[in-house]
Design a protein around this ligand. Structure first.
Ligand SMILES: C[S@@+](CC[C@H](N)C(=O)[O-])C[C@H]1O[C@@H](n2cnc3c(N)ncnc32)[C@H](O)[C@@H]1O
Length: 235
């Protein structure tokens, strides 16, 4: 592992993200083969996507929490379009189910249309890097969440989960901005609890609301709390 990253203001990591290439055990399934053929790609080069490969999920471990790249799409649009990101105060990462870290440039403008986002992610897995005008917009490396956290060296890690202690709105904003380099983790998967290993990496586990929220709603509420405490008080 190299030295520490330069200290960004706020790091947001979408954890246990339901984004991965079709795993080997599903690549011969007719639903996958048909879909890959339509895309003009090999089954090993396309993203696992429940909307297209539902029938292939039956024998997949953890099936209920995999194959939802649309969740990552929504979360990234939310985060990259936030005032916090537009002010250059946010760094966004995706820690995928299949053990990769995607680093997203604050300048990345992702496709609004899901099919194009899906194609971009497949291109990213194939090329490992997406650039525009020589600037890196997206990169992907084989790196676990634990390795990413060690590299970012946050002063405090926060995990957002329905099972955490309640904290929201202005009190949440104050807590997060009083931490010099906070790392915020939100699960980017459809159902189920966050894994024990992820929970073990959290210094504090916070519930935003008494009911489960969609991942992108959790992202927006957390970023709004930070913006209210940090941005609007400095303008
Ligand atoms: C759709 S949820 C995953 C499902 C889930 N029921 C859970 O217990 O986390 C996706 C993510 O949004 C965040 N989230 C959802 N509801 C939350 C809540 N009430 N408080 C804090 N974070 C929440 C968590 O990070 C969660 O992993």
């Amino acid at each position: 592992m190299n030295g520490a990253e330069p200290s960004p203001s706020i790091c947001l990591v979408l954890v246990e993200a339901a984004l991965e290439l079709v795993p080997p055990e599903c690549q011969a399934h007719p639903a996958v083969v048909r879909h890959a053929r339509r895309k003009g790609k090999d089954p090993s080069q396309i993203l696992l996507d429940r909307a297209y490969h539902h029938a292939a999920f039956r024998h997949l471990p953890d099936a209920y929490r995999r194959g939802r790249p649309d969740i990552i799409h929504f979360c990234l649009l939310e985060a990259l379009g936030s005032p916090l990101n537009l002010r250059g105060m946010l760094r966004v990462f995706v820690s995928t189910y299949d053990g990769f870290t995607i680093r997203v440039s604050p300048l990345a403008r992702l496709p609004r249309v899901y099919e194009r986002f899906n194609g971009l992610m497949e291109q990213l897995y194939a090329k490992r890097q997406i650039t525009a005008d020589r600037n890196e917009l997206l990169s992907i490396t084989a790196q676990s969440l634990r390795e990413l956290v060690a590299k970012l060296r946050p002063t405090r890690t926060y995990l957002f989960s329905e099972q955490g202690g309640p904290l929201a709105g202005p009190a949440l904003g104050r807590e997060l901005v009083s931490t010099p380099r906070p790392l915020l983790m939100v699960g980017a998967f459809p159902h189920g609890k966050l894994g024990k290993e992820t929970q073990g990496m959290a210094d504090r586990i916070i519930s935003l609301f008494g009911k489960p929220l969609e991942a992108w709603v959790a992202v927006s509420r957390v970023l709004c709390a930070v913006e209210d405490a940090m941005l609007w008080s400095s303008t």
